[in-house]
Ligand binder design. Sequence first.
Ligand SMILES: Nc1nc(=O)c2c([nH]1)NC[C@@H]1CN(c3ccc(C(=O)N[C@@H](CCC(=O)O)C(=O)O)cc3)CN21
Ligand SMILES: CC(C)C(=O)C(=O)O
Ligand SMILES: [Mg+2]
Length: 315
Amino acid sequence: MPVENSNTAQRRSKVSIKSIQSMYKRKEAISMMTAQDYPSGLVVDQSGIDVCLVGDSLAMVSLGFDSTNPLTVEDMLHHCRAVARGAKAPFIVADLPYGSYEANPDDAVRVSLRFIKEGNCDAVKLEGGVEMAETIRRITRVGIPVLAHIGLTPQRQSALGGFRVQAKTAKQASALLTDAFAVQEAGAFGVVVEAIPAEIAGYITEQLKIPTIGIGAGVHCSGQVLVQNDALGLFDRFVPKFTKQYCNLNEIITSALREYHEDVKTRRFPAPQNTYPIDAAQLEKFYALERERTGVHHNQQEHDEENRTAHAAML
Ligand SMILES: Nc1nc(=O)c2c([nH]1)NC[C@@H]1CN(c3ccc(C(=O)N[C@@H](CCC(=O)O)C(=O)O)cc3)CN21
Ligand SMILES: CC(C)C(=O)C(=O)O
Ligand SMILES: [Mg+2]
């Protein structure tokens, strides 16, 4: 099968904050997908997706934690750098890790600068509404675009009582709208709205003059985001209602690895085409050297015979 070489494939141009704003103005839906390493960043790049989120969900999908909270800044920077090597064209947003930005705006500015300077990202994302407005203002003031995240904020799952749908009551919906206005006013270039009723997300989208990026928030948002592992069927824990699984990579990969395992056991792999030859004269010479060294006569036919005997004994 011919494999498209990324060196010869045409490179699309870099998505900027300006292109995001122009998509929003044209009412063109913004597509965003997470990535956590070089290959997952590469496929986000190759599939034409606009925005690549290095989501802290990687704590769960790549590192196997039960929540996003244990992820450190150093962990996240390591993943961001790998994603950036693969996702050349998409606008790259880094999720600020839990505990790195909440205590005060100075911390938030410092850590955000690290994600631009050392993480090779274009923007940062942080969870919170009204209470994070001052922090968002401070980060944007030093020239770093901020994506806000309201509704289900997974880093606060303990206070929320788990990964629960938000804004299901009129009062909570009003509070969420207040959060949305606050992050917009603070200078966020967009806001992720997670796990809220579609009508509320649609209403917030109408009210704002910055794009809403929905995950479990219905079709009326300005854009959509999914965790790549969920979309590809490469995660073993939960399947949120809002996920659309486009393929089942877990199944495909497991069956491929089973086949490999069988090939090794049955010695179908490696086949001659996976094997390096040696010039016959050189091989004869080598055996001659060995005869001299050991005094034992040894040739390839004998060697093959030994292998067959050993294999038969194993079965
Ligand atoms: N793989 C993965 N995908 C995600 O979307 C994701 C993560 N990890 N980690 C961080 C957060 C956690 N998220 C989640 C996790 C579970 C549900 C979930 O199970 N929701 C229930 C509804 C619960 C209720 O009744 O309110 C569902 O059935 O969709 C939702 C969001 C979203 N984020
Ligand atoms: C689900 C998205 C929005 C996220 O925050 C993540 O992947 O961490
Ligand atoms: Mg996140």
